[in-house]
Ligand binder design. Structure first.
Ligand code: PLP
Length: 373
């Protein structure tokens, strides 16, 4: 969808700023609920937006289960009244005590976390037991990303059985994140997923034959979402995309099968210098837009076609373009972030735009690592 992101009264809004368009967020959420076949088959990741207002929109759409990576995000979700929260990160060290406190403090929310190692499972269970609480655990299956998790085989089965014997933890299913499954061709993503699904479902069956329930399968991110959401007949499947809610230029330029999504967060920037005839410098440094994509993919300017990013420093982004004459210091421009999730985390607040006007500010509450616990 072609969107005109421009503000009507630009002069009153300082830059750099991250603008968010609630109508587009709502549209992306509706699209995901429809693709998933209902909100009960979603467990979206809050890390993309970290804001209370977007959590409220998801709850309003009927999404009960939510995923997060940090304890601050978990607390934000609990404060918003999310019924179920999965902390999809291996918790170690002082985080175990913090988790016990979180569970005590928010009894209306049912919390779960991941395990992928017998030692860390035992440590988690012991701290929960001592704290007088119980946490759900999902065994984190390594289906090819090789970042965390245990291969879907005998070690994973043993871990699940171990969880079933320990007080303080409650085995609830598998976490199956396929971050490596990001080929441009959707057929390729489908084939990759089919391979690991066979192993995951065989493992589930094996445990069920032993009398252990494996109710939840929390699966994937945005690129594999169109693949997994087609398997409507797998019981307990919950898709866990994050980026979909705000979407960005990185995924937008790569995945034709996600074309129904619309970027809902846009950077407002200004020209600060014209150091050479073919160069334009914007106030969009690495402290204003995430620097994890390669330099030429960190931003995509709207209304500008031929340019190359030639430098990106803390407070400056320099492009080279044969259209440089069109820009003077002070001019505004709009740009889509290449990777929206870490870009959001650079801002204390998102400026909320309706009908071309900034009408509100949403605090990025969980950009810090700690709220109150
Ligand atoms: C464990 C986990 N689940 C879900 C997601 C969401 O993925 P995406 O941002 O591609 O939607 C991520 C992304 O980093 C993740 O690490």
């Amino acid at each position: 969808m072609q969107v005109d992101y421009r503000l009507r009264a630009e002069d009153t809004v300082d830059s750099p700023a991250l603008l968010v368009y609630p109508d587009l967020v709502q549209r992306n959420i509706a699209c995901m609920v429809r693709w998933a076949g209902g909100p009960q088959r979603l467990c979206p990741h809050v890390k993309t937006h970290k804001t209370r207002q977007i959590v409220d929109m998801l709850l309003g759409a009927g999404v009960q289960r939510h995923k997060c990576a940090t304890l601050a995000e978990a607390e934000l979700l609990a404060l918003a009244g999310a019924p179920q929260v999965l902390i999809a990160y291996p918790l170690v060290g002082p985080k175990l005590q913090r988790l016990a406190e979180l569970i005590r403090r928010y009894p209306a929310t049912r919390f779960a976390t991941l395990v992928d190692h017998p030692g860390s499972l035992a440590a988690l269970a012991e701290v929960m037991r001592q704290g007088g609480v119980t946490v759900g655990v999902l065994v984190d299956l390594n289906v090819g990303q090789h970042r965390t998790g245990v291969a879907p085989g005998p070690a994973a089965a043993a871990l699940y059985r171990q969880a079933a014997t320990l007080p303080g933890v409650r085995p609830e299913g598998f976490h199956v994140y396929d971050g490596h499954n990001n080929a441009v061709d959707p057929q390729h993503r489908h084939a990759t997923a089919q391979q690991f699904w066979q192993q995951v479902l065989a493992l589930r069956q094996q445990l069920e034959h032993m009398g252990l329930a494996v109710p939840r399968l929390v699966v994937g991110g945005t690129p594999s979402f169109p693949v997994h959401c087609r398997w409507q007949d797998i019981p307990g499947l919950e898709c866990s995309p994050g980026t979909f809610v705000l979407y960005d230029a990185g995924y937008g330029s790569k995945y034709a099968d996600l074309a129904e999504l619309t970027p809902a967060a846009v950077l407002l920037t200004r020209v600060v210098s014209r150091p050479q005839p073919d160069r334009v410098t914007f106030d969009l440094g690495t402290k204003a837009v995430a620097a994890d994509p390669p330099m030429d993919r960190r931003v995509r300017f709207c209304h500008l076609d031929n340019y190359t990013v030639v430098a990106h420093n803390e407070e400056h982004l320099v492009i080279q373009t044969d259209q440089a004459d069109q820009f003077q210091p002070g001019d505004t421009a709009y740009a889509l972030p290449g990777h929206v999730c870490p870009t959001v985390a650079l801002y204390r607040e998102l400026l909320v735009v309706r009908n071309g006007c900034v009408v509100d500010r949403w605090e990025v509450v969980a950009r810090d690592r700690r709220l109150t616990i």
